[in-house]
Design a protein around this ligand. Structure first.
Ligand SMILES: Nc1nc2c(ncn2[C@@H]2O[C@H](COP(=O)(O)OP(=O)(O)OP(=O)(O)O)[C@@H](O)[C@H]2O)c(=O)[nH]1
Ligand SMILES: [Zn+2]
Length: 212
């Protein structure tokens, strides 16, 4: 069971998370010192030549991979909403997703397919993958990632409906644990018109078709 009770409002203010200065040299130093300790504790020699800069690299990589905590997906969408009289489905499919599971902090990765039916406003197309990245660059479970993308688009753009499908491989299930190399997890979330079978089927058909 996933316990959602302790998760702060993921997209309020600066997202309800502790505000950090992600690029502060002191923070990078502090994180690096902790990663130095991690290397020691796993049996490595952090002071051997090949590892000298590794704690700092790890610190910078982790700060990059979690930068979604500092960003507001709502602001990103609002920055490029345009009045447009288009009322058919808009789909951005095959958006690369790279996130980390909150249980093991190991990557899960794959594709997101996002659709909406405009209600007087469209959004700049690039903003959809940006929204996916904001939520993916936080510690996640795939189900919550899917719902957060759906809810943000629904609440901000107020379209006639939103559909999100995400397909990912979880390294915590392949590199370790149950060690299944080929399993793919699919999650989906819908609002409005997409709750109707006909619209949902059209969306699912369109994301499974391949243009040559
Ligand atoms: N629902 C869901 N589960 C996830 C996700 N990412 C990782 N998990 C699962 O989180 C669970 C954590 O279970 P635990 O039994 O506490 O952890 P564990 O002993 O490391 O479990 P194993 O992976 O089975 O070895 C595992 O079943 C993972 O597969 C996700 O995005 N969604
Ligand atoms: Zn995991």
């Amino acid at each position: 069971m996933i316990d959602d009770d302790n998760i702060p409002d993921r997209d309020a203010g600066i997202n309800g998370y502790q505000k950090i200065d992600r690029y502060n040299p002191e923070l990078i130093k502090d994180l690096s010192a902790n990663y130095h300790k991690v290397l020691e504790l796993i049996g490595e020699k952090p002071d051997r030549e090949g590892l000298l800069k590794t704690p700092e690299r790890m610190a910078k990589a982790m700060l990059f991979l979690t930068q979604g905590y500092d960003l507001s997906a709502k602001d990103i969408l609002e920055s490029a909403m345009f009045k447009e009289d288009y009322s058919q489905m808009v789909i951005v499919k095959d958006i690369e997703v790279y996130s980390m599971c909150e249980h093991h902090m190991l990557p899960f990765f794959g594709k997101a397919h996002v659709a909406y039916i405009p209600n007087g406003h469209v959004v700049g197309l690039s903003k959809i993958p940006r929204v996916v990245d904001v939520f993916a660059r936080r510690l996640q479970v795939q189900e919550r990632l899917t719902n957060e993308i759906r809810d943000c688009i629904q609440e901000t753009l107020q379209p006639i409906g939103v559909g999100v499908v995400i397909e990912c491989r979880h390294l915590c299930m392949s590199m370790r644990g149950v060690q299944k190399q080929n399993s793919v997890t699919t999650t989906s979330a819908f609002t409005g018109e997409f709750l109707k079978e006909k619209t949902r089927t059209e969306f699912l058909d369109l994301i499974s078709s391949r243009l040559s």
